[in-house]
Write a protein that binds this ligand. Structure first.
Ligand code: M1P
Length: 271
C-alpha cells in the first residue's frame, strides 16, 4: 500500500514546488534499520516530500542491497527516488536511467588489485575471531567491501561480530595493517556498517554523488540545485556520512535513526 502511494504520479523535476531543492539520504540507520527493509510509513513520507522537492539516496552498499531494502519484488527502487546513488554514487540512476560512472578496478589496475586482495585474504586467514563465514572480499563497481567475518553472516552473527568488534577493534586493526602495507595506493578505508569496511580511492566518498547533482543544470531543461540537504547518522569525523554532511555544498542533518529522520523531515518540510 505504502509503496503504491510512493510510486504515484509526480510532477517532473522542473515543476516541483521547491524545484531548486534536493534532499539526499543515507540508507542504513537513516531511512531503514541497518540492512533491513524500509518501513511503509517512511515510504509514505518520502512520497509526500517528493511532491515538493527532488529526493535521492546515497549509500555505501551496492545497488542490489538498496533494491532489497528500499524497493520490493515488484517495485524498483529507481521509481521511488529521483536519484539513486549506490556505492557513494559510483553507481548512479537519475529518473530510473543509469548514469555513466568510474570503476574501482580500472582506477587501481589489475596488478595492484591482486596484491591488495592477496594481502586481505591472508590477513583474514590468520585472524583469530570466534566465527567466520564466507565472502570476505566483495568486489563492487566503485569499491571493495572487506569483512573479517564474511558477508554471508546471518543477522544474529552480524550483531555478535559487531559487539566483539567494539571490544576488540578487529576492523580498526585490520585497516591499520592494510595502510601500513600499502602506504602509497591512495585508498580510503571507511567503516560504515556492522561487519565490514569499504575501500575506495581517496575522494570517492559520499561527496562523489554531488557531481551528478551539480551536473543537472547542464541537462536540457535542467534544474540548478542551489539547496542540497543531506540526512545521515554517521556524521561525526571518521563516519562514512561525515564528508558529505560537512561539505560546504550541503546542509547537513544528523539523525539518530529512521524515526528521527521522519520527525526532522516533518518539521523541516511541513509534512
Ligand atoms: O551502508 C553502510 C554499509 O553497509 C554495509 O555494511 P555492513 O555489512 O558492514 O553492515 C556494507 O554494504 C557497506 O559497504 C556499507 O558502507
Amino acid at each position: 500500500m505504502a509503496a503504491v502511494v510512493a510510486a504515484s504520479v509526480l510532477p517532473p523535476l522542473s515543476e516541483r514546488p521547491m524545484k531548486n531543492t534536493v534532499v539526499l539520504f543515507d540508507v542504513d540507520e537513516t531511512l531503514t534499520p541497518a540492512r533491513r527493509a524500509v518501513a511503509p510509513e517512511m515510504l509514505q513520507l518520502l512520497s509526500a516530500l517528493r511532491h515538493k522537492v527532488a529526493i535521492g539516496y546515497v549509500g555505501g552498499s551496492d545497488f542490489a542491497k538498496q533494491q532489497e531494502q528500499l524497493g520490493t519484488t515488484t517495485i524498483p527502487v529507481t521509481t521511488l527516488f529521483d536519484f539513486c546513488f549506490a556505492e557513494n554514487g559510483l553507481v548512479a540512476y537519475r529518473m530510473g536511467q543509469p548514469l555513466a560512472s568510474h570503476s574501482f578496478i580500472k582506477w587501481i589496475g589489475e596488478d595492484n588489485y591482486k596484491k591488495l586482495v592477496r594481502f586481505l585474504l591472508h590477513y583474514v586467514a590468520d585472524l583469530d575471531i570466534p566465527i567466520k563465514r564466507g565472502t570476505f572480499v566483495e568486489f563492487r563497481n566503485g569499491m571493495i567491501n572487506v569483512s573479517p567475518i564474511g558477508r554471508n553472516a546471518s543477522n544474529q552473527e552480524r550483531a555478535e561480530f559487531n559487539a566483539y568488534d567494539l571490544e576488540h577493534h578487529i576492523r580498526e586493526k585490520f585497516i591499520e595493517a592494510v595502510k601500513k602495507e600499502f602506504p602509497d595506493l591512495g585508498l580510503t578505508y571507511s567503516i560504515g556498517g556492522m561487519i565490514s569496511f569499504d575501500v575506495f580511492p581517496n575522494g570517492w566518498n559520499k561527496t562523489y554523488c554531488l557531481q551528478h547533482i551539480e551536473n543537472e543544470k547542464n541537462l536540457p531543461g535542467g534544474v540548478e540545485y542551489t539547496t542540497i540537504h543531506f540526512f545521515g547518522d554517521k556524521t561525526s569525523p571518521g563516519g562514512n556520512d561525515y564528508e558529505i554532511y560537512d561539505d560546504p555544498r550541503t546542509i547537513g542533518h544528523s539523525v539518530k535513526g529512521p524515526a528521527d529522520t521522519m520527525a526532522q523531515l516533518k518539521e523541516l518540510f511541513d509534512l
